[in-house]
Ligand binder design. Sequence first.
Ligand SMILES: N[C@@H](CCC(=O)N[C@@H](CSS)C(=O)NCC(=O)O)C(=O)O
Ligand SMILES: [Fe+2]
Length: 292
Amino acid sequence: MLRISLLSFHRYSISSHFLNRSPKSLARPPMAVSVSAYTTSSSKLLFRQLFEKESSTYTYLLADVSHPDKPALLIDPVDKTVERDLSLVKDLGLKLVYAMNTHVHADHVTGTGLLKSKVAGVKSVISRASKSKADHLIEAGDKIYFGDLFLEVRATPGHTLGCVTYVTGDGPNQPQPRMAFTGDAVLIRGCGRTDFQGGSSDQLYESVHSQIFTLPKDTLIYPAHDYKGFTVSTVGEEMLYNPRLTKDKETFEDIMKNLKLSYPKMIDVAVPANMVCGLQDLSKSSVESVST
Ligand SMILES: N[C@@H](CCC(=O)N[C@@H](CSS)C(=O)NCC(=O)O)C(=O)O
Ligand SMILES: [Fe+2]
């Protein structure tokens, strides 16, 4: 069950709308109500796509710049580019509140731990299903608020067991078209491999078709990697042109079995580090909340 009590004195919140979870978390939580004191009728998303070239990883910066605090979050930060990302956050006058991962990466060390050590108050976020340590362990249906904007969590396992896709909110003052941060579930004209970390091509196919390809066709797709020079796609475009995911499931599974990709160079270092936020020796006291 998602614990929200530790967030009670923060203005940024994660809530759940699942009926089988704590009634306290059914609605937008109390601290989110306190945010409404600052609510404007036109929340404005600031968005930046950043690239780390050694691992071909995209990091995304999002902020609500209509909010007086300009609360911001980073999705899939890389340890090597933390200084660049923080300098951008500073230049833009943002307050970084969340450092989030779509999954336990195998090809690079996440920047979440470093960000936590450099900026007071930053909370790390990853899925509970990843079995990793972080301040907030999120599940399908959770909403991650930053100011008046939010990301909705969709479970998209298959590349790894704990993969999630973060989708911008649907509702008044939320950005249109919607944006889906798919991690390695959907890459532009491709998808994440399924040959390690609890990967399953059957599960990936189901995840993409039920959780991503059901979004409005103009939803923008922002993946965690690109190896071909692409930056953005849409749900409609991938439903038409993705050379793997447009096939039937059997053909897809066959394609995935025969990718013949080499093992990621960093995997033996990256996975153990990423299971603890990118900090190998993360002390117990620096983990505020590891819900079970
Ligand atoms: N050569 C790189 C690893 C490349 C790789 O395996 N990428 C992953 C995403 S990172 S876990 C992947 O799923 N690729 C799918 C594809 O079709 O390329 C390295 O050594 O790090
Ligand atoms: Fe990955």
